[in-house]
Design a protein. Structure first.
Length: 135
């Protein structure tokens, strides 16, 4: 579970009812410098239509996980990044110029932070923060 934060969106942009967001969880081995480098490492993905900008949202874990990703027993996956793309044209695909958000940490600048999931309701301790970075 997570919420969204307008955070670093440029002036005039804010998440509102009816917007679409593509939410993606990817393992660290499929990510580099704000880019998903290997689609096999995506473990969760969904297009979300915002019904409440302050609401809680979730994405289902995919039923098949790439064999190179370690899955603990009982269920758990470590070293994930969570991203959000503000799908401004609502076509269900990331397009050039669409704003990116992510689960974050801060050391002088914002940067994507890893997290883990288990076989429970997993609630992120920070909102997915949108930025002025675009796809």
């Amino acid at each position: 579970r997570f919420q969204f934060d307008n955070g670093g969106l440029p002036a005039g942009y804010e998440l509102k009812t009816g917007d679409q967001v593509i939410a993606i969880a990817v393992h660290e081995d499929g990510y580099s410098n704000f880019a998903i480098t290997d689609m096999d490492y995506i473990v969760a993905m969904s297009t979300i239509t915002i019904d409440d900008p302050a609401g809680w949202y979730s994405v289902p874990v995919l039923p098949a996980i790439y064999e190179s990703i370690t899955v603990a027993d009982p269920f758990g996956i470590n070293d994930l990044y969570m991203f959000a793309i503000l799908d401004s044209n609502k076509n269900g695909m990331p397009d050039e110029g669409e704003y990116i958000g992510y689960y974050w940490d801060w050391i002088i600048v914002y940067f994507p932070k890893k997290y883990s999931i288990t076989d429970n309701i997993n609630t992120l301790d920070k909102k997915l923060r949108f930025t002025s970075t675009t796809y």
